[in-house]
Each structure stands twice: as structure tokens, then as C-alpha cells.
Design a protein around this ligand. Structure first.
Ligand SMILES: [Zn+2]
Length: 417
């Protein structure tokens, strides 16, 4: 079972493939428009051929060709990817974060997560990086195991397990050492290194660290770990083959995380032009979590469009875009409704990206962050695709009109749920 612990998502794919006993002969799927590998144009009247769990060929349809499934006048795109979710959380307007962490059992939270995983998949998101169980231990790894057994349906899941934070710098409130916390609290290099090892042993595919948080002077957001501490965390994660995602909203928190060697910055609202330039130089990717920011402002009672003052995420996103930082889809779903992940891409377009840039953020770019060669494009070797009822390059909101999610050669029809 060693492989299951260390490469859970890969094993999950294989086991699901075996469990559903896919046809040994190729299957053919016709569609009027298939997204080209450039991610910005359509190839018209195409056939996608699949065998076992892979696309083997994408080619023009032949005259009068009979196919296994004809999607007609629709748009076929790669499966979508969200690099920042929390399946173990439900939206805070349903239940406050504090109460979820403190009052609900891991069992109840995991039961909800099973449903949230299905919803996410039906929304066309075939892979997610789940960035912390927020107090629910290693329940995300249990979800991976459940999917590997073929009993649960959901996106391919890259778990980060507990996440790492500096002692005294994370909720729930009251800020009291005897109160259960939403992440693993550590102090100093030795505890940081031990936490990385423990989480990797528990099944973490990524390490998530809070490089800053809202327990600074007067409740302000302030950096947590020193550069040396973050460096030790990244070095140990690297030794164990795990990339690091850093929650960071302050310029200094972001700067330290980038210098320490993280792969992605989550939120990034307060980044200066210099720090975004540093991110670009080091190839660090931004997941702006625009949808979560919007939800949190709404939960605080603000109605209507968000004024600039409250939308630091938008300012950070636009600064990053101007600086040429690579931006990927990371929505922080869980703060808001699972399955509404595409809202992140709608906001990216509303705040200045072209639709093809936003689509790329959730496909080719995100696949590269995950190191997943079988995701991100409709091409030979890819492990699935999504069919839409409308053209997302014309209107990004078309991503909400999912007709089918074809993966491991199960066709999930979201209209039938
Ligand atoms: Zn988050």
C-alpha cells in the first residue's frame, strides 16, 4: 500500500479504470468544436478517439462517419482544474468557519465532502488541489482512498492534509492554546521540518503553509514564519518531493515565501509591483482566490458590487496580470459553494483577462502546476474531456453549461443528477 500513500491520485486513476472495465476497443466521440491545443481557437467537426483511460487521437471527422457518441453542435474542452479548494468546508453563510472546525465531527464533515466532490466533478472540474482540511486531520486522504476503491466519485484530488501555521497565529477563536485549531501549529525549524515529514507520511501530495495571517498587532494581517523557517519548510518538502503552496496576503509574507521556494502563492492581494516581478522571475504562480474574496465581503453584509477598497484581491490580481505573473485558477471553493468553481474564471474575465486566458488558467496552466501531463489539453495522452452547451471563448459563463464530463470513460451527464 506504499504506493497508495505516496501517489494516491495516480493509483486512484488506475483503480477506477479497472473497476469500470473500460472497453478494449477504441471509443469515438464526435463534436462540432474541439478546443485546439493553443487553447484559444476551435477545430471544427472533430472526432476524439479513446482507449482505456486515454485519448489516443484527435482528428477531423470522416464523411458519414458513425461514432459511439455524437455531441452535435457543442464545444469540447479539457477537464477543468481548481488549484485551491477545501472539500472539508461548506460555505460560511451556511455555517461559520469557527463552528465547522469546533463543533462538527470529522465524520460529518467527510460525509458532506463526498457530496461536494461529486458536485465539483459535475461542474467540469476533473482535478483539484485541496489546500487543507481545516481541522479535519487527514480526511482528504481518506477521500482519495475512497475514490481509489471506486466507491466515491469526484475529481482527482491532490491533498495537502492539515496545512502548517505558526503557533498562536490561526483560528478558531478564542486564541487560546487549548482550543482546537484549523491547521497544524508549529514553532521553529525543528517542528516545521517534523510537521512536513508527518504530513507527507499521512499522504500529503502538497504542503500548504500560512506565510501570514490576521493575528498581527491590532488584528492586522502580518507575516508568520521567518525567511529561514520558510526556507527550512520548502527544503524539507523538496527533499520529500512535495511542492509548497503558501497562503500570503501581505507583501512581506509573499516575498519571503517566494524567496523560500514555494510553487504557488494563494490570494496575493497585497503584493507590490516588486514582489510580483520577483514571482515572475522565479516562476511562482498566483492563485488569486477572487471568488472567495467576493463571498467573504458579501457574508460581511455588503450588498451590490464590491467597492475597490474592499476588493484587495482584485487589485492584487490586476497588478499580477500587469506584471506578467502566471495566474492559475484557485478559487478557495468551500468558502463559497462547491460546484461554483467556474465563478473564479468569470471574475478573472470581469477583472481584465480575456476568456482564453481565464480558460488557460484552469487548464494548461493549472495542469503544469500539478505536473500532470494528462490534463490541460484535448490531445493524445489526455485522460478525459468536458462538453459544453455554449462557447466559453465568446462568454466564459458557458463553463457553467456542462453537458458531459467524460473521464475514465464514464460519461457523467450533469443534467441527470
Ligand atoms: Zn483556502
Amino acid at each position: 500500500m506504499r504506493a497508495l500513500r505516496f501517489l494516491p491520485h495516480v493509483v486512484a486513476s488506475l483503480l477506477v479504470g479497472l473497476a469500470s472495465l473500460p472497453a478494449q476497443r477504441p471509443s469515438s466521440w464526435r463534436c462540432a468544436h474541439v478546443l485546439a491545443e493553443d487553447g484559444a481557437s476551435w477545430r471544427d467537426d472533430m472526432v476524439v478517439e479513446t482507449l482505456l483511460s486515454n485519448i489516443i487521437l484527435v482528428r477531423p471527422a470522416r464523411r458519414d462517419e458513425v461514432v459511439d457518441r455524437d455531441f452535435g453542435e457543442r464545444w469540447l474542452i479539457p477537464g477543468l482544474i481548481d488549484l485551491h479548494t477545501h472539500l472539508l468546508l461548506q460555505p460560511y453563510d451556511l455555517q461559520k468557519w469557527n463552528d465547522q472546525v469546533l463543533l462538527d465531527s470529522d465524520g460529518l464533515r467527510t460525509l458532506r465532502a463526498v457530496r461536494f466532490a461529486e458536485r465539483t466533478l459535475w461542474a467540469g472540474f476533473v482535478a483539484i488541489r485541496d489546500l487543507g482540511t481545516e481541522g479535519a486531520g487527514y480526511a482528504d486522504v481518506d477521500l482519495v482512498k475512497g475514490m481509489a476503491e471506486g466507491r466515491l466519485r469526484g475529481p482527482r484530488l491532490y491533498p495537502a492534509t492539515r496545512a502548517i501555521v505558526q503557533r498562536g497565529r490561526y483560528g478558531p477563536e478564542p486564541n487560546d492554546p487549548s482550543v482546537k485549531k484549523g491547521a497544524q501549529c508549529v514553532d521553529g525549524v525543528d517542528e516545521i521540518v517534523a510537521a512536513v515529514r508527518e504530513q507527507v507520511e499521512g499522504g500529503a501530495a502538497w504542503i500548504k503553509v500560512y506565510a501570514d495571517y490576521g493575528y498581527g498587532p491590532g488584528g492586522s494581517v502580518a507575516p508568520t514564519f521567518s525567511l529561514d523557517e520558510l526556507q527550512a519548510l520548502c527544503d524539507e518538502a523538496k527533499r520529500l518531493g512535495r511542492p509548497v503552496a503558501a497562503h500570503a496576503q501581505t507583501d512581506e509574507g509573499m516575498r519571503r515565501a517566494v524567496l523560500a521556494g514555494v510553487a504557488t502563492i494563494e490570494h496575493g492581494a497585497g503584493g507590490s509591483a516588486e514582489t510580483f516581478a520577483l514571482m515572475k522571475e522565479k516562476g511562482v504562480v498566483l492563485c488569486p482566490c477572487l471568488a472567495a474574496n467576493e463571498a467573504i465581503v458579501a457574508y460581511a453584509g455588503h450588498k451590490g458590487p464590491i467597492v475597490e477598497r474592499l476588493n484587495a484581491a482584485k487589485i492584487g490580481f490586476q497588478r499580477a496580470l500587469a506584471a506578467g505573473v502566471t495566474i492559475a485558477c484557485g478559487s478557495d471553493a468551500g468558502v463559497f459553494t462547491h460546484g461554483d468553481n467556474a465563478h473564479e474564471l468569470e471574475l478573472m474575465v470581469a477583472y481584465g483577462m480575456r476568456p482564453e486566458q481565464a480558460l488557460r488558467a484552469a487548464t494548461a496552466t493549472a495542469a503544469k502546476v500539478l505536473g500532470a501531463d494528462d490534463l490541460g489539453a484535448v490531445k493524445a495522452g489526455a485522460s478525459g474531456f468536458v462538453v459544453l452547451d455554449a462557447d466559453p471563448l465568446q462568454d466564459i459563463a458557458a463553463l457553467r453549461r456542462v453537458r458531459a464530463v467524460v473521464r475514465e470513460w464514464d460519461e457523467l451527464n450533469p443534467t441527470g443528477r
